[in-house]
Design a protein around this ligand. Sequence first.
Ligand code: SF4
Ligand code: SF4
Length: 321
Amino acid sequence: MIVPFRNRLQEVDPACLTMSALQTLQVNLGDRCNLSCAHCHHTASPGGDRTMGRQVMGEIAGVLAGHGNLALDMTGGSPELAPDFRYFVELTAGLARRRIVRSNLTVMAEPNMEWLPGFCREQGLVITASLPCYLEENVDRQRGEGVHRKSIAVLQQLNSLGYGGELELNLVYNPGGRFLPGGQKELESAYREELSNRYGITFNSLYTLANAPIGRFGTQLQGEGKHDGYMDLLATSFNPLAAAHIMCRTLISVDWRGYLYNCDFNQALGLALHDDTGMPLTVSSLGSSLLQGREIRFGQHCYCCTAGEGSSCSGALVGGT
Ligand code: SF4
Ligand code: SF4
């Protein structure tokens, strides 16, 4: 029996149970994606039909305008495939201290998406891109045939536009199965060397992320009868130092309808935030406190954030920088 995550966290520091000052608004623009990866916690696919409309986008822009020091982190699905992606990026120009787009790279090689790399550059977006290995067979096994080849070609194009140099380009590693990421520093060195030697590619930082036991990966674990074993691995690898830095203390996740969550994993699980009357909180109701001091909704899946070096949308929580 695994101890409830909340209890483990309380033992580390009761302050970890609540939000501190908000730093990042992570916006999920919808679940449409050109890929259907085996580990996807949103079960995104080309058939995804949830997509953020302009009204919610306007409300998010309003929050950013009122709090000039927030980072805007755009995710999905493939955020670039949201019909109003360009509109949203142009609307939020100058409103956030940093704007990040989480890209699977291959979307930039899709038909009619030729404009995308230049647009990202023009808008000064930080690109944080999934590349779960520098080896072709590992990438294609997890993300689909041909994904590695396309990703490498797009990375080379981004380098030619200044990404990985004056413009920030970060890569994201996640394990290809039921194991934890290795040390982020060591893996970053290996990526740097291999991508440079093999393909002449440069990037800024590598972020390591553990696979969350939910969504498509969770279903796969259940189907193979490996869910409990993976949960045991996460729980026995609990790291109190990582626990003190979980990202939900400083991040809020917004879904395509404008509803709020503590993170994108909670969003995938439908663990929305509610007000005192039980109504879902929306981005338009984000007041000046930005939820500081509010209790975070935890579940057993949270152990994926505190295992080993810890895991967040900015990579390892300890030892990784
Ligand atoms: S993991 Fe990312 S790239 Fe893969 S299907 Fe999900 S949203 Fe798309
Ligand atoms: S899964 Fe979400 S709510 Fe749970 S610890 Fe991680 S970031 Fe926080």
